[in-house]
Ligand binder design. Structure first.
Ligand code: FAD
Length: 393
């Protein structure tokens, strides 16, 4: 005998749980299942354990998608303010860290407890450690075969996330279901991921591993002004993670280090004040020491400031503020925070996240071809798309 419910949600992550709450509030009987031992594992580890649960500036401009308009409806109908109200209802203390990024004061687990509490309040049934072996649709109802038995549902919501961090149980399952029901996919690739360098560049930059510096990192017309970190494998830090979502194999990225400072003016001032100091000493007042040394060696302009022409100083300043780097690749899904691409939005209704071609089938969260910037935008998409589907499923 199959167990019956109105709404079956596959994946008890951020989007799935949000959808379960809304559907339950509408009086729908809801089952949510997950193959993991615990719900919301990515919430738990997010934001260094404090969950950057939203961004007060979140809007369609902060998302990448083959159709940049798709996310507008869901994001407008469930805003960061709405999620903050939920967080405050549960008396979870929060703070803005930087750039509109909101974090729990205490622990990401508070967000998971909040979602579980809301699900319980509307009698959502949560099934963990449950594997899915088959999804069928007889034209009316969905029949899902699981390790816990057969479940029949009127609506099926796919919220199994994407490929990032396979070690945590991430799968491409949602894509498989999308293909099974004839929906198309946008090619997937890792996003918000450190970039790697070829062995020669890595050797040149290896003395800088561990150095962090403010930077404007750009790819074409897209630029992010946040910290950059040199690592043993290449480049990381928020500015690099952000640009990685725009970067494609073979492309060059530009690094403007210490973008808020006029390096040339500072070098000229240093020359005037104390011309006997070396360029490296002067630069070390502006940049981390190892970086100053690297820049001077790269420019070949050693010697005292007094012996350097304005043109030479300009060359030095350029070495700091106009680096062009061609990354060799990225660290891949192993460390990527998100997956770009996914279920093609042309097959989905932007109000409800429903598949246009299959009544009762929904896709939400990261499996959809909507990917946010770093800084709470991805959870906001999970909440908003989950809420949108929960309204209709
Ligand atoms: C290390 C890290 C830190 C992050 N920090 C932040 C942050 O601070 N702020 C932010 O906005 N975003 C952050 N993100 C991104 C954010 O976690 C995701 O965008 C978000 O979790 C996506 O929600 P989702 O519900 O679509 O998918 P998920 O949260 O990944 O949930 C999918 C669920 O489906 C389950 N599942 C998968 N396949 C199957 C299957 N075959 N059968 C059954 N169950 C299955 C999984 O176990 C999982 O519980 C971070 C990501 C990572 C990896």
């Amino acid at each position: 005998m199959a167990e019956k419910c109105d709404v079956l949600i596959l994946g008890a992550g951020a989007a799935g749980m949000m959808c379960a709450i809304r559907a339950g509030q509408r009086g729908r009987s809801v089952i949510i299942l997950d193959h993991a031992k615990a719900p919301g594992e990515k919430i738990r580890i997010s934001g260094g354990g404090r969950c950057n649960f939203t961004n007060i500036h979140a809007g369609p401009k902060n998302y990448l998608s083959a159709n940049p308009h798709f996310a507008k409806s869901a994001l407008a109908r469930y805003t960061p303010r709405d999620f903050i109200a939920l967080v405050e209802k549960h008396r979870i203390a929060w703070h803005e860290k930087t750039l509109g990024q909101l974090f729990c004061d205490d622990s990401a687990k508070d967000i998971i407890r909040m979602l579980l509490g809301e699900m319980q309040a509307v009698n959502v049934k949560l099934r963990l450690e449950t594997a899915i072996s088959d999804v069928a649709h007889d034209g009316g109802r969905f029949r899902v075969t699981t390790s816990g038995g057969l479940i029949e549902a009127e609506s099926l919501v796919v919220a199994t996330g994407a490929k990032s961090i396979p070690k945590m149980g991430a799968t491409g399952f949602a894509y498989q279901i999308a293909e099974q029901f004839g929906l198309s996919l946008i090619e997937t690739r890792p996003g918000l991921v450190p970039l790697t360098l070829d062995p020669a560049a890595l050797e040149r930059l290896s003395p800088l591993a561990g150095v962090a510096v403010p930077a404007e990192v750009s790819h074409g017309k897209t630029a992010f002004n946040e910290a950059l970190l040199f690592t043993h494998r290449g480049l990381s830090g928020p500015s690099i993670l952000q640009i990685s979502s725009y970067w494609r194999e073979g492309d060059v990225i530009r690094l403007k280090l210490e973008p808020a400072r006029d390096i040339l003016a500072l070098l000229k001032e240093a020359k005037q004040k104390n011309g006997r100091q070396s360029a490296q000493t002067a630069l070390a007042e502006i940049l981390p020491k190892r970086l100053a040394q690297h820049v001077v060696e790269k420019s070949g302009l050693t010697g005292n400031l007094a012996d350097m022409s304005d043109k030479a100083l300009a060359t030095l300043a350029n070495e700091v503020q106009d680096w062009q780097i061609k990354p060799a690749g990225s660290e891949g899904y192993r460390t990527a925070e998100v997956t770009l691409g996914g279920v093609d939005t042309t097959g989905l209704d932007s109000r409800s996240m429903a598949a246009k071609s299959v009544a009762g089938l929904y896709f939400i969260g990261e499996c959809v071809d909507v990917t946010g910037w770093l800084g709470g935008y991805n959870f906001q998409w999970a909440w908003a798309s989950g809420q949108a589907a929960g309204e209709f499923a």
